[in-house]
Design a protein around this ligand. Structure first.
Ligand SMILES: NC(=O)c1ccc[n+]([C@@H]2O[C@H](COP(=O)([O-])OP(=O)(O)OC[C@H]3O[C@@H](n4cnc5c(N)ncnc54)[C@H](O)[C@@H]3O)[C@@H](O)[C@H]2O)c1
Length: 281
């Protein structure tokens, strides 16, 4: 018997990047705690990125998992870069499920394809990771305001949204770092905008998480010693203080579910690291 009396019972969460990884984990966690989910993902290749995006089948798996947990789900293929298409998906989901109480602006991209120029890599990071988050909140916030029952927005930034460590001029790393730092500014601005409506806005900042964004051949190659034997043979230092390489998506879902809950009712405008001490170094 599924417990539908959890701390998110009767609520609706809009989640971008929901087809896999952290977005899927958030969808399933909130469903376990009683929420219904509007699950949105691009489900199409991005030639500017070095690893594949999610598939329609993965979005359907996320949706099936929400249903198994007793939640209702409204799943949509939409690109967060496309304000109009995203807006239609968000509006359709909110109408189908009867409102919106949480918005998780989670969709994002990491390592750039070697086929793009530094300038293209930089622009791609900003387009998805920053403009995409802006589009998401712009699409959902008016409905949240209009329904007048408050709410919570959680933006997924990164530990790289709080430090420039490891940065370079590649368009990739500095683009990712800039795109994720920008979210701190948006969260602070939106906390002001939405506080009169009892809508809270916060960001989470994970260090490496075990999802396809890092568990892929392109990233593995960065951590693999060259075949000529010139490498160190050492386990790479990922930068966490605590003795852990990658966090699990559920570690981030714990923080996100709390930020969306009444337990965090007076928490707004914060940047919450979930990073095993990465940014404390
Ligand atoms: N994995 C990590 O190490 C890590 C660390 C810190 C922050 N993050 C951030 O966490 C968030 C979730 O990433 P993840 O780790 O689950 O990776 P992931 O690649 O598994 O998931 C990202 C999801 O976003 C979707 N997506 C990408 N571009 C999109 C677009 N234009 N429109 C709609 N959907 C799009 C993808 O299809 C995918 O399903 C991202 O914002 C990422 O930057 C990840």
């Amino acid at each position: 018997m599924v417990d539908r009396t959890g701390r998110h019972a009767g609520r609706v969460a809009v989640i971008t990047g929901a087809a896999r990884g952290q977005g899927r984990s958030h969808a399933w966690r909130l469903a376990e705690e009683g929420a219904d989910v509007v699950a949105i993902d691009v489900c199409a290749p991005n030639p500017g990125v070095a690893y594949p995006m999610a598939t329609p089948a993965e979005l359907e798996e996320t949706a099936a998992g929400v249903r198994e947990r007793g939640g209702r789900v409204s799943a949509h293929v939409a690109d967060v870069r496309d304000a109009e298409g995203l807006g239609k998906a968000v509006t359709a989901g909110i109408e189908e499920l009867g409102g919106v109480d949480a918005v998780l602006a989670n969709a994002g991209i990491g390592m750039a394809s070697p086929d793009v120029t530094p300038a293209q890599a930089f622009r791609n990071q900003l387009d998805v990771n920053t403009v995409g988050v802006w589009n998401t909140v712009q699409a959902a916030a008016p409905a949240m305001i209009a329904q007048g029952r408050g709410g919570a927005i959680v933006v997924t930034s990164s530990s790289m949204g709080l430090t420039g460590r490891g940065g370079d001029g590649s368009g990739q790393m500095d683009g990712y770092i800039a795109s994720k730092h920008a979210l701190v500014g948006l969260v602070r601005a939106w906390a002001h905008w939405l506080a009169p409506h009892s809508i809270r806005v916060n960001s989470v900042h994970p260090s490496g998480v075990a999802t396809p964004m890092v568990l892929n051949d392109a990233v593995a190659a960065l951590f693999t010693d060259p075949p000529d034997g010139s490498g160190t043979g050492q386990v790479p230092d990922v930068g966490n203080l605590l003795p852990v390489g990658l966090l699990e998506p559920g570690d981030v879902a714990d923080a996100v579910a709390w930020l969306c809950s009444d337990e965090a009712r007076y928490v707004t405008g914060i940047a919450l690291p979930v990073d095993a001490g990465f940014t404390a170094r």
